[in-house]
Structures are given as structure tokens and as C-alpha cells.
Design a protein around this ligand. Structure first.
Ligand SMILES: [Zn+2]
Length: 281
């Protein structure tokens, strides 16, 4: 079985509004770099369209999704809807592809689960996914749609029963935890910076059966990450006999990223992801 990378043309040149932390090209240059390095063949790159509304309302409320679509079409929303849905406010600006871009990422995550379920793929990288803060009817923390939640819901729908979701982004996966806390089909492990927005993901949440949180301090480094994966994450994962692994590997724990004060290098991400993937061998 082949491995694939999912992306879409919409990411070519797509940026959040000027001055926003995501006012930068990241997704498409990463795809080009991966190609230039020869890490995958062209036929392993799959481009997809945005998800349809009926796919998105498996999690999100219909009136929220419709408002997001309208915001893209008109590049504007009435004040009452802005406040109701947190769209066009603070760090969740209305930009040219405010619906189509996250909907493309969401379709990729949903489709990835379908392809793995159909045994058409073993491993899939959705390079634009990971919008783990998105709420049912509100944008939150740069996240307009929650592709992680949509992927897990699709997996449950397709019959996966022991889904392990591991989140190694600097920020806690509040949208995912709140949706699946106490869900017997899903286990959630998060490593994130302590006292960092959204200030959730407390160690005390480990009292919830299917949640393990590792809030880590500033300056957390590669060796400490390796220790935590080896002694905290892998032993738990091995006892769970998982049938699907979803990793959210937000790159903002890299040293120098303005979104955190964590000091990991690429090596820590590669090692952590390889160690986690060994669970699927
Ligand atoms: Zn983050």
C-alpha cells in the first residue's frame, strides 16, 4: 500500500490578512520542498476540493458553516453574526479563502480516514490539517473548521473502535478534547506548552478516562521530548491495541516559532513521529 500527501491548489499563495501570524505562505512551499527533496513521487500527491456543507455539519452547526461561506463570498459579515460566530474578530479574520481553505483541509482529513479504512493507503500526510481549536459554531484560535474532529467522527462512522489521537502542537487541542472526552472509541494524548493559550489541557484532566495531558515548561527540548514519548506516550499507546492513529504535529514547538517558547528541532518531530508510526507496524 502506498503513502500519500494531501493538499490543494488553494494553498498556493493563500494567506490570512496582512499582519496576522499566518500571513505567510507555508503549505505550498512545504509541498514544493518535499518534491524537490525527492521524498515522494508526484503520483503520491493528491489534490482535493473543499468539503461539502453536508460533510462539515457532521460536527459544525449548519448556520455557522453557512455564515462562514457567506463571509468568503461577501468578504464581510453583519456585526451580529461576527460576534455570534467569532468570524472576522481578533485572530480569526475574514480573508479571501476563509471558507474554501479550511474546507479543503477538512476534506483531506476526512478522505484520509476513508482511504485508510478502504485499505487504499497506509499513511497519509494532510499538510494543511491540524485545526484543533475549531468549535462547533465558532471560529477559535485561527481555526475555522476542526478537521481533526471531523476525521475522528468519520473514523467512528466507519467502524474504527480504538482510535488514538496524539497532539504535539504547542497549544492544547481543546476542541478535540471537549468533543471526545469520555468517548470509549477515542484516546487523546496531548503534549503542549504549560500556561500557553488556550490555557486548557491541565494534568488534572487525566482523571477523565480517555485523556492524557502533558503540559510542558518553556525551553522544553529534544531530549525531554524523546523521554516523554518513550516513557509516557508509547507505553500507554501499546496497551490500547489501536486500530487508527491520528497525529496532529503542529510545527509551533520548533525553536524560534513566535507562537511558543518551546525549543524543539526538526529531529525531535521526526523521531517522535517515527516512534509513533512504529505502533502501526
Ligand atoms: Zn499551535
Amino acid at each position: 500500500m502506498q503513502n500519500f500527501l494531501f493538499t490543494g491548489d488553494i494553498f498556493k499563495g493563500s494567506r490570512y490578512e496582512k499582519g496576522h501570524p499566518l500571513d505567510m505562505d507555508r503549505v505550498w512551499p512545504s509541498v514544493e520542498l518535499i518534491q524537490l527533496m525527492g521524498w515522494i513521487d508526484n503520483e503520491q500527491i493528491i489534490k482535493n476540493d473543499p468539503a461539502e456543507i453536508n460533510e462539515l455539519i457532521k460536527f459544525h452547526d449548519l448556520d455557522y458553516v453557512q455564515a462562514l461561506k457567506k463571509a468568503e463570498e461577501n468578504q464581510h459579515l453583519p456585526e451580529n453574526l461576527k460576534r455570534k460566530f467569532n468570524i472576522g474578530i481578533g485572530n480569526n479574520p475574514i480573508f479571501s479563502e476563509v471558507f474554501s481553505r479550511p474546507a479543503t483541509a477538512a476534506r483531506a482529513s476526512i478522505r484520509a480516514v476513508e482511504m485508510i479504512s478502504n485499505k487504499k493507503a497506509k499513511k497519509i500526510l494532510n499538510i494543511s490539517g491540524g485545526t484543533h481549536h475549531g468549535r462547533k459554531s465558532q471560529a477559535y484560535g485561527f481555526c475555522f473548521l476542526n478537521d481533526c474532529v471531523l476525521a475522528i467522527l468519520k473514523a467512528i462512522e466507519l467502524g474504527f473502535q480504538r482510535i488514538l489521537y496524539v497532539d504535539i502542537d504547542a497549544h492544547h487541542c481543546d476542541g478535540v478534547q471537549d468533543t471526545f472526552a469520555n468517548n470509549k472509541n477515542v484516546s487523546i494524548i496531548s503534549i503542549h506548552e504549560k500556561n500557553r493559550w488556550p490555557n486548557t489541557g491541565l494534568i488534572e484532566d487525566c482523571n477523565i478516562d480517555n485523556i492524557i495531558n502533558f503540559p510542558v515548561p518553556e525551553r522544553f527540548n529534544d531530549r525531554e521530548m524523546d523521554f516523554l514519548i518513550t516513557n509516557g506516550v508509547l507505553p500507554f499507546a501499546k496497551t490500547n491495541n489501536l486500530d487508527l492513529l491520528i497525529i496532529q504535529a503542529g510545527a509551533d514547538m520548533l525553536d524560534g516559532d513566535p507562537q511558543s517558547r518551546i525549543c524543539l528541532t526538526n529531529n525531535a518531530y521526526w523521531k517522535a513521529i517515527n516512534d509513533l508510526l512504529s505502533l502501526c507496524e
